[in-house]
Design a protein around this ligand. Structure first.
Ligand SMILES: Cc1ncc(COP(=O)(O)O)c(C=O)c1O
Length: 404
C-alpha cells in the first residue's frame, strides 16, 4: 500500500486549518473522498446529467449503462452471485428498513441482534415489536463486547426467524464471528442479515462465502458519495419480498385498477435514482478493490496498535471493546475518568485539528444500560499515518494531564 500516493488522492488531507494540517480520525462516521470518486461525480454532472432507464437517447443510454456497471462493480465488491442481488438504497439504515418491512415477520417471531447495535439495527425491530408483536432479543455480549458462540448456540431455536447483527460494531470496532453465526442460525432455520456499515469499508467481505442472506452497507463510509447505500440480498429472498416503496420504475405496467411489479432489483428502486451517486460509488468500490481490502485492514490494525499502547499509558483511560487492536481494526473508542467525551473531542480539534467523534455514536442503548454519557472515538482509515497516531497520543496525553 503506497500511503503517500493514497494521501495525494484525498484533497481534504492536503488542506490546512489555522496553519496546521488536518488529522482526520472520524472515518467510522464518514470517510473522506478521493479524487477518483469526485471526478466520477463531476463527470456525471458535467458530461451526462440525464436520467437512466427511461429515455432512449444517447445520453440516457450512457447513464443506464454506467448505472448498471455500478451495480456490477458492487456485485464484485461483495462477491455476490448475481448483479440482480444488488439493490441501491440511500444508506445502511434504508437497507435494513427495507428488509424489516418486507420480511414476513409476525407475532412471537424472534429477531435477534447483539446488545451493541447502532440505532439503525435496533429501532426497526422495536417498531416491529410495537406494530406486529415480534420479539426483539438483544443477545448479551461478553464483558469485553466479544461474541460467545457457545451461548449463541444454546439460545438458538426455531422461534428465531432473523439474526440481524452489526458485522463490525461502530461502538468498539469488534467484528463478530459471522461465518460461524450464520452456519448456526441456518441450522435452526433462521435468516441472517449483517449490518456491514463498518465492515464493508475496512475488510474483504464475501457474501457468497459467508452465505449471508442480507448484507447492508453505506457507500459514504467507503470513500463514496453521501446518500448512497447498498442492500445485498439472495435473489430468491428479494423475489419473495412484497414491494417496499412503489411508483415509477418499480412496475412493468399499470392499468387504472392494477399494476404488475418488476423483478428485483428494479422493484425496490422507486423513482429516478441517484445516477451520479451510483457512478461515484462504483469509483469508490474500484478504488478499494485496487488497494486491496486486506491491506486496508492490516494498515488500520498497525495504526490502532500505536493508539492502543498510548491509551494504555493514560491514567484512568479505558478502551471500549476488546483491548487487543487486532480485534478492533481501525476503531479506538475510549473514556478517560474525569473528562467528558465531547470536551476531549473539542480540545483535540482546537489544539491540533485532530478530528474525532464523541458521544453515544447512535448506540444509545449500550451506553444508557451502563449509565455512561458516551465515549471518544478515533476511527482510522487507509489514509491515516503512524505520525498522525503518535500526534494523537501525545496530544491526548497532554489533554489528560491538564484537564482530567
Ligand atoms: C454499524 C452501523 N450501522 C448502521 C449505521 C447507519 O449508517 P447510515 O447512517 O449510513 O445509514 C452506521 C453508521 O454509523 C453504523 O456504524
Amino acid at each position: 500500500m503506497d500511503l503517500r500516493k493514497i494521501r495525494r488522492d484525498f484533497p481534504t488531507l492536503n488542506r490546512e486549518v489555522g496553519g496546521k494540517p488536518i488529522v482526520y480520525m472520524d472515518s467510522a462516521c464518514m470517510s473522506l473522498k478521493p479524487r477518483q470518486v469526485t471526478d466520477a461525480l463531476v463527470d456525471y454532472y458535467t458530461r451526462l446529467g440525464a436520467c437512466g432507464g427511461r429515455s432512449v437517447h444517447k445520453l440516457a443510454t450512457e447513464v443506464s449503462i454506467k448505472y448498471e456497471e455500478g451495480r456490477e462493480r458492487h456485485r464484485r465488491f461483495v462477491n455476490a452471485n448475481d448483479h440482480r442481488e444488488i439493490v441501491f438504497t440511500r444508506n445502511t439504515t434504508e437497507s435494513i428498513n427495507l428488509v424489516s418491512q418486507c420480511l414476513d415477520l409476525g407475532k412471537g417471531d424472534i429477531v435477534l441482534t447483539t446488545d451493541r447495535e447502532h440505532n439503525s439495527n435496533l429501532v426497526p425491530w422495536l417498531r416491529l415489536r410495537d406494530t406486529k408483536g415480534i420479539v426483539h432479543v438483544p443477545f448479551k455480549s461478553n464483558e469485553d463486547n466479544t461474541f460467545c458462540l457457545d451461548k449463541f448456540s444454546e439460545f438458538m431455536s426455531r422461534k428465531v426467524k432473523l439474526v440481524s447483527m452489526a458485522h463490525t460494531g461502530n461502538l468498539d470496532g469488534y467484528t463478530i464471528p459471522a461465518a460461524e453465526i450464520i452456519k448456526i442460525a441456518h441450522d435452526h432455520g433462521a435468516l441472517v442479515m449483517l449490518d456491514g456499515a463498518q465492515s464493508a469499508p475496512h475488510q474483504h467481505v464475501d457474501v457468497k462465502k459467508l452465505d449471508v442472506d442480507f448484507f447492508a452497507y453505506s457507500v459514504h463510509k467507503m470513500l463514496g458519495p453521501t446518500g448512497m447505500g447498498v442492500l445485498y440480498g439472495k435473489y430468491q429472498l428479494l423475489e419473495s419480498f412484497p414491494p417496499y416503496l412503489v411508483g415509477g420504475d418499480t412496475v412493468e405496467t399499470t392499468r387504472y385498477d392494477s399494476y404488475k411489479m418488476l423483478k428485483p432489483p428494479a422493484k425496490f428502486e422507486a423513482g429516478l435514482q441517484d445516477y451520479g451517486g451510483v457512478i461515484g460509488s462504483a469509483a469508490a468500490a474500484e478504488y478499494l478493490m485496487n488497494v486491496g481490502q486486506e491491506n486496508v485492514h492490516a494498515h488500520e490494525v498497525r495504526l490502532s496498535q500505536i493508539i492502543t499502547k498510548g491509551l494504555s499509558e493514560i491514567e484512568g483511560c479505558q478502551i471500549i471493546g476488546p483491548p487487543s487492536a487486532e480485534l478492533r481494526g481501525g476503531i479506538n473508542s475510549f473514556v478517560i475518568k474525569g473528562l467528558e467525551p465531547h470536551d476531549i473531542a473539542m480540545i483535540l480539534d482546537e489544539v491540533a485539528n485532530i478530528m474525532i467523534r464523541s458521544g453515544m455514536h447512535c448506540v444509545h442503548s449500550w451506553f444508557n444500560a451502563r449509565k455512561m454519557r458516551g465515549s471518544a472515538r478515533a476511527s482510522l482509515y487507509l489514509y491515516n499515518t503512524e505520525d498522525e497516531c503518535r500526534l494523537f497520543v501525545d496530544t491526548l496525553k497532554d489533554v489528560a494531564k491538564s484537564f482530567a
